[in-house]
Design a protein around this ligand. Structure first.
Ligand code: CMP
Length: 132
């Protein structure tokens, strides 16, 4: 999971982490960083070519982000349910994006959509020791 620049700027790190821990996730690693353009483009490589790609990358390098490696049975699906739909206006009440998100871009958090993407994203964001 990544807490995006809007989440950090709006001092939502604690609230996001509280929800994640209350939902039964264990934080395995956590790291704050101001992404380079190269790293942001790599993280969002599957979206390259889409009309929102450039704006998304600009936004992701506008301030620091917090990356978390989370552990739980059924983690991918359960985290995506906790986070809610991409567009906060369409996300269910009680989800992180509904409750804190401002727009489809400023939607507070990113959650990996598959084990393969989680592993790919962890490799890009974290040190080598977390890539197993
Ligand atoms: P995220 O889960 O981080 O994955 C890709 C991101 O692209 C997504 O959250 C949104 O913040 C952003 N995104 C998706 N669709 C659009 C869109 N139509 N316009 C702007 N940003 C978008």
């Amino acid at each position: 999971m990544l807490i995006k620049p809007d989440g950090v700027e709006r001092r939502l790190i604690g609230k996001v982490i509280e929800r994640v821990e209350d939902a039964g996730f264990r934080i395995v690693a956590m790291h704050m960083e101001h992404l380079t353009r190269k790293k942001a483009e790599e993280l969002y490589a599957p979206h390259r070519g889409k009309d929102f790609f450039e704006g998304l990358v600009e936004f992701m390098i506008s301030g620091p982000v917090v990356g978390l490696i989370l552990e739980k049975e059924n983690a991918i699906e359960d985290l995506r349910r906790l986070v809610g739909k991409t567009d906060p206006a369409r996300a269910d009440v009680g989800t992180i994006r509904h409750d804190f998100g401002m727009s489809i871009r400023k939607n507070v958090v990113h959650a990996s959509d598959s084990p393969e993407n989680a592993s790919r994203e962890i490799k890009i964001f974290f040190e080598e020791k977390w890539t197993e």
